[in-house]
Design a protein around this ligand. Structure first.
Ligand code: NCD
Ligand code: ZN
Length: 364
């Protein structure tokens, strides 16, 4: 048996408020514990998004009341609510800026507003960027000019990781994160997976993936899941749900939305990385840095005393069609051979997970 520290997932979408049919604080934090995570950093692209102090506070206090592990929320940058940033900066774990298209309405397109976000946010807390290629180039330039800490979310391409490595060599305060899915899936899997293999950034080439592995533990300091659950009926498209189409009634506006990008990852990230350790593609020491030490330091997260994760590093199994706890009920890794599973999690002295079962009591 292996003992790991309570792991930190620095990039998850828990869908509260407004998307609770995809995930909520109980299902999301249960999935976290089953996957070996005791701290989650949650993204602000909710509905409404966490761009005002009021929304941020309501959501953070709901998480504190309901979640079974620690949850810290990011604030979102939006053109209409720039005035909220100084107050949000006091409590949020970081700022998230969407410079490229993704799920939700939070994309920032006005260069003046982006500039203002960089100006208003304190240098002591990371600014997480969803930025690909040209927008990443622009983001790095902003980090340098404003002397702020930019954390690049889910880096996916060789060109991007090399751009980040160069910036780091020049002393610019840029850190980077990669997802397990970009380390284990490529564009070669997109046809097989269909909508279940669609996320932002998209899956890239084998050459891109090789570069991510080469920079893992050096240029790339964090592995995060980008857990982005969407219901099966949303991934399949409403049109496929014949039961909804009563007597040729036209689709409601709500049902015409495009298929949302994003895949769940809380319950598959650690098993995948343990599999990489079993196959000698990664050392256990680096795994702990990427999933605990580095995110803890970069996001200045509090200690969790008497907290650990027990892992059976020899367990061999086929990843199930339905992960145990995420509400979305599917995984792009279904059917994959894995080595290493979580057997028990203790959080602040209390057993919160054992052999597939969550302890739901909030009291000690
Ligand atoms: C995310 C989501 O569904 O919220 N989707 C995704 O494809 N990664 C959005 C995001 O991470 O930016
Ligand atoms: Zn995300």
């Amino acid at each position: 048996m292996l003992i790991l520290p309570g792991l930190i997932d620095a990039h998850v979408h828990l869908r509260v408020p407004g998307g609770e049919h995809k995930e909520d604080f109980i299902s999301g934090s249960s999935a976290a514990l089953a996957g070996g995570f005791t701290t989650l950093l949650a993204m602000p692209n909710t509905n409404p998004p966490l761009v005002t102090v009021e929304n941020w506070r309501n959501t953070q206090s709901q998480a504190e009341a309901q979640a079974l592990c620690d949850v810290h929320h990011f604030a979102g940058g939006s053109e209409a609510h720039l005035d909220q940033l100084p107050e949000l900066a006091k409590n949020a774990v970081g700022l998230k800026l969407y410079l490229d298209a993704t799920f939700g309405p939070l994309r920032l397109q006005d260069p003046a507003a982006i500039e203002k976000c960089l100006e208003l946010w304190p240098a002591s807390k990371p600014i997480c960027l969803h930025a690909e290629l040209d927008s990443l180039r622009a983001g790095i330039e902003l980090a340098e000019r404003h002397q702020k800490h930019i954390h690049v979310c889910h880096v996916a391409r060789k060109e991007e990781v090399e751009m980040i490595a160069k910036a780091q060599d020049r002393g610019i305060n840029v850190t980077a994160e990669v997802t397990a899915h970009h380390l284990f899936l490529t564009e070669g899997d997109t046809q097989r997976l269909g909508p279940y293999g669609d996320m932002r950034p998209r899956l890239q080439s084998q050459q891109d993936q090789d570069a991510l592995w080469q920079h893992l533990g050096t240029t790339i300091e964090v592995i995060a899941s980008d857990h982005a659950p969407h219901a099966k009926f949303e991934k399949e498209g409403f049109e496929s749900q014949k039961a909804f189409l009563i007597a040729e009634k036209p689709l409601e506006e709500e049902q015409k939305r495009p298929i949302p990008p994003g895949i769940p990852g809380l319950e598959s990230t650690l098993p995948l990385m343990l599999t990489a350790v079993a196959e000698n593609r990664l050392s256990l020491e680096t795994l702990i840095k990427l999933l605990h030490d580095n995110p803890k330091r970069l996001f200045n997260l509090p200690e969790q005393p008497e907290t650990w994760v027990e892992v059976d590093e020899t367990a061999k199994y086929i990843f199930p069609d339905h992960p145990l706890y995420t509400k979305c009920g599917w995984s792009p890794f279904a059917g994959l051979r894995m080595t290493g599973s979580v057997s028990r999690v203790v959080l602040r002295g209390k057993e919160v997970y054992k052999n597939g079962i969550i302890n739901y009591s909030k009291e000690n």
